[in-house]
Design a protein around this ligand. Structure first.
Ligand code: IVH
Length: 668
C-alpha cells in the first residue's frame, strides 16, 4: 500500500470504528458484533503501529490509556463549577418554585433530570476536537484528567460538528462494573470501594490512565458551559444540541409545566431508582428558559434557577439471621445484627450494629425477623424497624448472655449505663481491641498493622500488650500468614517511625476512659510530658477548660495503677517518645486569627483538604470545631454535597464558606 492508501485506510477505519462505538456506547444500539469490532480495531492498530505519523488524534486506540503522569495539572475553570441547593421534601420544592416565580414575575417551566451520583467533569472541545477534561475541584480550579477521560468510550474524541464548546456532565461507574470491580478486589484481598461514586472518583484520580481504561466508566452530559456561535433558548434545547454533537445524555429527563408535575416526577423515582443500572442520589430541577435562568442568577455557591431534590436514605428489607456479640476495648458488649446480604445504597450489607441490649428490646427483635435497614448518612448500616406483621411464628427470642463470650467472666451493667460490660481487665477480646485502637490512625498510626495482623499477632502470642509491638522481630513476623519480606520491612519501619509520635497520639492510643483524640491533645499541650501528666491532680486537670470532672477522675485513676507505671517505663526504654512536639496553643491575647474563639462546623466533602487536618488547623488557631449547627455556631464550612447542616445554617443566617475560602484563610 502506498502512504496515501494507508492514510485513506486509517481514516476509513477510524471513522467506522468511531461510528460503531457511538452506536454501542452512546446510543446503546450496537451495529456490529464485539468480535467484528475487535478485529477492525486490531487492523487499525496494526497500521498505526507501522505508520505512527498517520494515526489520528481521535483514533479509538487512544482509549486504552496513554503514559502514566507524575501529577495532574491544575485547570482554572473559565466559568466556575457551582453546586446546587437542596430540597428534601415536597414543601421545599414548592418553596423553590415560589422563589423562582417571585424572581421572575411569571411561572417558569422546569426541566427535570436524574441526579447522577458520580463526579462532575467539564470537557472542552476546540473545532470539534476533545482538548481538555477536568474535575470540578473547588469549583474554581480543578485537575486536568484529560488522559483518564479519553478512556471513557462514551466521551467523543471528535464531535459531529467542528464546534468550539465546553460541556459539563457527571462521570460515573455503572452498578454492574462496580460489583465486578469489588468482586475482583475481594478476591485479591484488596480494600473494596465503598460505593460506585468513590470508585469512579478513585479511578479518575489515578495517574496511570490504563487503570481508568479498565474501569468501565461512563458519562452523562447535562449542560453546556460555553459555546461559540450558537443560539440556544432553553435547557431542553441545549440537551438536544449536545446529543446532536454525539454526546451521551440521560434519556430520563422531562420537561414539566408546573411544580405539581415536578413533584410527581420526583416521587416516581423514589421506587424506580433501584432498577436503574447506575446510582442516582436525587433529581435536578432546572428552570428551562435560559433567559429566565439569567434573570434569576446565582448566589455565592449555587444557581437560583436550579435545585436538587434529595432522596431520603434508601430502605430495604432483609432477614435477621443472628445476633453476634463483640467486646470492645473498654469491655462494652456490642450486639451486631447478622443479615441476609442485601444491596443498599450501592453496597452489599450483611452486618449492622445494634448498639446495645435496650435497642434490641425496644425494637422487639427476634432471630428470623424480617427487618428494614438503611444506611445512616448513606454510610453506616442500621436496622430501622421490624416487620412484625410478617412473622410466621418460627422466629426465636434473643437473650443476652450473662457471661462474656470471650473470657466467660460475668457481664455487668454499670450504674446509669445501658451497656453490658465485661470487667475482666485480662479479657483477651479487650486486650486485642485495645491493641487495634493503639495502632489506629488517630492514635499511633502504624500503617500495615490493621485488625487482621493484630489478631494474628495476638493469637500467636507475639503481642500481649502495646509495649510488645516494639519488641517484634523480623523472623517472627515472617512466620505470619500473608506477610512477605516487603510487608514485614514496611511494617517494622512503620513501627519504628511511630516511636517519634508526639505525646497526644500515645495518650489517645492508651485508651484512657473518656479521653478522645481531642482531649488527648489538650492534655499533651498542657502538660507536655507524660511524667508531668502523671503527677497532675484532679484539681489541676479540672482547671483546664475542656477537661471535666469525669475525665479528670479517669486520668488520675488510670495513672494510679502500678501496671500503667510499668508500661510507661517500658515504652520509654523501648524508645517511644513521651513528650509533646506540636505547637504551643496560642493564647487568646496573641491570637489574631479569624477562627480564634469561634465555633465552627465542617460539613460536606472536602476536595483538597483532609477533614481531620482542616479541623486540627482551625483548632490550632483557636477555633472550636463542633459537629452540629446551632445558634451558637459562628461559621459553617460547606464542602461538596453538603446537606442538612448547610440548610440549617442558611436558615439561622450563619456565615457560610466554601472550601476555597477556608484554604485562603488558613494560608494567611
Ligand atoms: S446541573 C450549577 N445536572 O450534582 C450546577 N448536576 O451539586 C449545575 N449532578 O456536582 C449542575 N447529575 O455534578 C446537574 N443532571 C444533573 C446532575 C448534576 C449530577 C451533580 C453535579 C454537581 C452536583 C450539583
Amino acid at each position: 500500500m502506498s502512504e496515501q492508501d494507508v492514510k485513506i485506510e486509517i481514516d476509513r477505519l477510524t471513522d467506522l470504528l468511531n461510528e460503531y462505538a457511538y452506536h454501542y456506547y452512546v446510543l446503546d444500539q450496537p451495529k456490529v458484533s464485539d468480535a467484528e469490532y475487535d478485529q477492525l480495531l486490531r487492523d487499525l492498530m496494526g497500521l498505526e503501529q507501522d505508520h505512527p505519523a498517520l494515526k489520528r488524534e481521535d483514533s479509538p486506540s487512544e482509549r486504552v490509556g496513554g503514559e502514566p503522569l507524575d501529577h495532574f495539572k491544575k485547570v482554572q475553570h473559565d466559568i466556575p463549577m457551582l453546586s446546587l441547593s437542596n430540597a428534601f421534601n415536597e414543601e421545599e420544592l414548592r418553596d423553590f418554585d415560589r422563589r423562582a416565580q417571585q424572581g421572575l414575575g411569571h411561572t417558569p417551566t422546569y426541566s427535570c433530570e436524574l441526579k447522577i451520583d458520580g463526579l462532575a467533569v467539564t470537557l472542552k472541545y476546540e473545532n470539534g476536537r476533545f482538548v481538555q477534561g477536568a474535575t470540578r475541584g473547588d469549583g474554581t480550579t480543578g485537575e486536568d484528567i484529560t488522559s483518564n477521560l479519553k478512556t471513557i468510550a462514551s466521551i467523543p474524541l471528535r464531535l459531529k460538528e467542528d464546534v468550539t464548546i465546553e460541556v459539563r456532565g457527571e462521570a460515573f461507574m455503572p452498578k454492574r462494573s462496580f460489583d465486578r470491580l469489588n468482586e475482583a478486589k475481594e478476591k485479591n484481598g484488596e480494600q473494596l470501594f465503598a460505593n460506585p461514586r468513590n470508585a469512579a472518583a478513585g479511578s479518575l484520580r489515578q495517574l496511570d490512565p490504563k487503570i481508568a481504561a479498565k474501569r468501565n466508566l461512563d458519562i452523562f452530559i447535562y449542560s453546556i458551559g460555553q459555546v461559540q456561535d450558537k443560539e440556544i433558548d432553553s435547557h431542553h434545547e441545549a440537551l438536544q444540541y449536545v446529543e446532536s454533537l454525539g454526546f451521551k445524555t440521560n434519556d430520563q429527563h422531562k420537561h414539566c409545566e408546573t411544580i405539581e408535575e415536578v413533584i410527581t416526577y420526583c416521587e416516581g423515582w423514589l421506587d424506580k431508582r433501584a432498577d436503574l443500572p447506575y446510582e442516582i442520589d436525587g433529581i435536578v430541577i432546572k428552570v428551562d428558559s435560559l433567559k429566565d435562568q439569567e434573570k434569576l442568577g446565582f448566589t455565592a455557591k449555587s444557581p437560583r434557577w436550579a435545585t436538587a431534590f434529595k432522596f431520603p436514605a434508601e430502605e430495604v428489607v432483609t432477614t435477621l439471621q443472628d445476633i453476634e456479640l463483640s467486646i470492645g476495648r473498654t469491655g462494652v458488649v456490642t450486639p451486631t445484627a447478622i443479615l441476609d446480604p442485601v444491596s443498599v445504597a450501592g453496597t452489599t450489607v450483611q452486618r449492622a450494629s445494634l448498639h446495645n441490649e435496650d435497642l434490641i428490646r425496644e425494637k422487639d427483635l427476634k432471630l428470623g425477623d424480617k427487618v428494614t435497614i438503611k444506611k445512616a448518612g448513606d454510610i453506616i448500616p442500621e436496622v430501622v424497624n421490624v416487620l412484625t406483621e410478617q412473622r410466621t411464628g418460627s422466629e426465636k427470642d434473643f437473650h443476652m448472655p450473662t457471661e462474656c463470650p470471650e473470657c466467660e467472666s460475668e457481664l455487668v451493667r454499670l450504674e446509669g449505663e445501658v451497656a453490658l460490660r465485661c470487667v475482666n481487665p485480662k479479657c483477651p477480646a479487650q486486650i486485642r481491641e485495645g491493641l487495634i485502637h493503639f495502632v489506629s490512625r488517630n492514635a499511633m498510626n502504624i500503617d500495615g498493622l490493621g485488625e487482621r495482623v493484630i489478631t494474628q499477632l495476638f493469637s500467636h502470642q507475639l503481642v500481649t500488650d502495646v509495649a510488645d509491638l516494639y519488641k517484634l522481630k523480623r523472623e517472627e513476623l515472617l512466620q505470619l500468614e500473608r506477610m512477605g519480606e516487603k510487608s514485614v520491612d514496611n511494617l517494622l519501619t512503620a513501627i519504628e517511625a511511630s516511636k517519634e509520635n508526639s505525646l497526644e497520639k500515645l495518650l489517645f492510643g492508651l485508651g484512657i476512659r473518656f479521653v478522645g483524640s481531642k482531649a488527648a491533645k489538650t492534655l499533651a499541650q498542657h502538660f507536655e510530658t507524660v511524667d508531668k501528666l502523671k503527677e497532675a491532680t484532679r484539681a489541676q486537670l479540672e482547671d483546664i477548660d475542656e477537661i471535666g470532672e469525669k475525665m479528670a477522675d479517669a486520668v488520675v485513676t488510670y495513672f494510679e495503677k502500678p501496671q500503667v507505671d510499668e508500661l510507661i517505663d517500658e515504652l520509654k526504654e523501648l524508645g517511644v517518645n513521651t513528650t509533646y512536639k506540636g505547637p504551643k496553643p496560642i493564647s487568646q491575647e496573641e491570637n489574631d486569627s479569624y477562627f480564634s474563639g469561634k465555633t465552627i462546623v465542617l460539613t460536606g466533602t472536602m476536595e483538597e483538604l483532609n477533614r481531620n487536618d482542616a479541623k486540627a488547623e482551625i483548632e490550632a488557631l483557636g477555633g472550636k470545631v463542633t459537629g452540629s449547627v446551632s445558634a451558637k455556631t459562628d461559621l459553617l464550612i460547606a464542602g461538596e454535597k453538603a446537606g442538612s447542616k448547610l440548610k440549617k445554617a442558611e436558615e439561622l443566617q450563619i456565615e457560610i464558606w466554601d472550601e476555597a475560602r477556608l484554604i485562603e484563610e488558613l494560608k494567611r
